[in-house]
Design a protein around this ligand. Structure first.
Ligand code: DP6
Length: 348
């Protein structure tokens, strides 16, 4: 018989940024973070996992190309942890088919450019963990938060993609990482007017990876210590309250402040890391000017480890800000989804 399961997971975009690990092996962060999980059909990873007695080794294909699964590496750690849990379930229940000893074939597809710096690893590991969890029937006994402990070990930000809506990754305190997990702050339906506009400034592969960049920041930035100890804890409380109250101006201000501070700690790193470029900075000015002219905060920009801009905006102002961005990039392409807009550096 065939043992197979398919799962998909969307990208999430952080409002309060994860940047820094206190444990690089277990992927335990130096601070809590909070993100919004996108819920459209694009910007997703879809993974099919298969177990069969005839397979000779665990094999992974990413967009059709075989990837090496490094022993002890992130993918191997996720697979081994899920396999261990499956074995426990098999030992406890003799009716469970003994598939934990079978090797896995895993095929994963991103429906967006992998190199575009659009958090592909977050969606990728979330989909991988979900599909194997389903294959092993672990999704019936483990909560999304429990599975997030495993996805976290694939890529930190991946732990937040297992849930929809507004999701917090609680940094936790324990050395074994068992309290470093994702929790849903509010489901998508709590604030359905919230939209994210994706502005692709460049689809070139980023210079400094998140993984190496954040460790350099931990080792060299005094500003990061201030951020961890004196800024993020209060900001997590404030943004959670803003989400619960559907207070957009507060949500937006905190999101922009945290993006700014994240890029400030990158600049405070030795040698400094630059993720934003001239087009990114011009988009910051556009949003600032838009809010100033409106006399209220209607849009919030945020940038991750690359130059691309995500603008959070309420539905009633999507068209307004989208038109401005399109005017700013005269040839900008609007994709199927009217709420996702892609601009390109080539035409900017
Ligand atoms: C700037 O999750 O990609 O997007 O845990 O080393 O895989 P690893 O890093 P990763 O870092 C994401 C950093 C960020 C901010 C965020 O998503 O919170």
């Amino acid at each position: 018989s065939l043992y197979q399961a398919t799962a998909s997971a969307p990208v999430n975009i952080a409002c309060i940024k994860y940047w820094g690990k206190r444990d690089t092996a277990l992927i335990l962060p130096t601070n809590s973070s909070l993100s919004v999980t996108l819920d459209q059909d694009h910007l997703r990873s879809t993974t099919t996992s298969r177990a069969d007695a005839s397979f000779t080794k665990d094999t992974l294909w990413l967009n059709g190309k075989e990837e090496v699964i490094k022993p002890g590496g992130r993918t191997a750690v996720c697979i081994e942890e899920l396999r261990r849990l499956r074995k426990v379930a098999e030992d406890a229940n003799s009716n469970e088919p003994k598939i934990s000893s079978f090797k896995l074939h895993i095929a994963s597809y991103n429906n967006f450019p992998t190199a575009a710096g659009l958090a592909s690893s977050a969606a990728g590991f979330a989909a991988l963990v979900s599909s194997i969890a389903q294959l092993y029937s672990l999704d019936k006994v483990l909560s999304a938060s429990q599975l997030s402990l495993i996805a976290r070990q694939g890529s930190g930000s991946a732990c937040r993609s297992l849930m929809g809506g507004f999701v917090a990754w609680q940094a936790g305190q324990l050395a074994d990482g068992s309290d470093s997990l994702a929790v849903q702050v509010a489901p998508r339906e709590h604030w359905p007017e919230m939209h994210a506009l994706i502005c692709v400034v460049s689809d070139a592969k980023k210079g400094t990876s998140s993984t190496s960049g954040m460790q350099r920041t931990v080792e060299t930035s005094p500003l990061l210590q201030h951020r961890i100890n004196h800024v993020v804890p209060q900001r997590m409380k404030d943004i959670t309250a803003a989400i619960q109250a559907r207070d957009f101006p507060t949500f937006a201000r905190l999101t922009m402040q945290d993006s700014n501070q994240f890029h400030a700690v990158c600049l405070d790193t030795e040698p400094p890391i630059f993720y934003m470029n001239d087009v990114s900075r011009a988009l910051v000015q556009l949003v600032v000017e838009y809010n100033r002219a409106a006399g209220e905060v209607r849009a919030a920009y945020t940038y991750d480890a690359g130059p691309n801009c995500v603008i959070y905006v309420l539905q009633k102002h999507v068209k307004e800000i989208a038109n401005l961005v399109v005017r700013f990039f005269p040839l900008a392409e609007t994709f199927k989804d009217p709420f996702a807009l892609f601009a390109s550096e080539k035409i900017g």
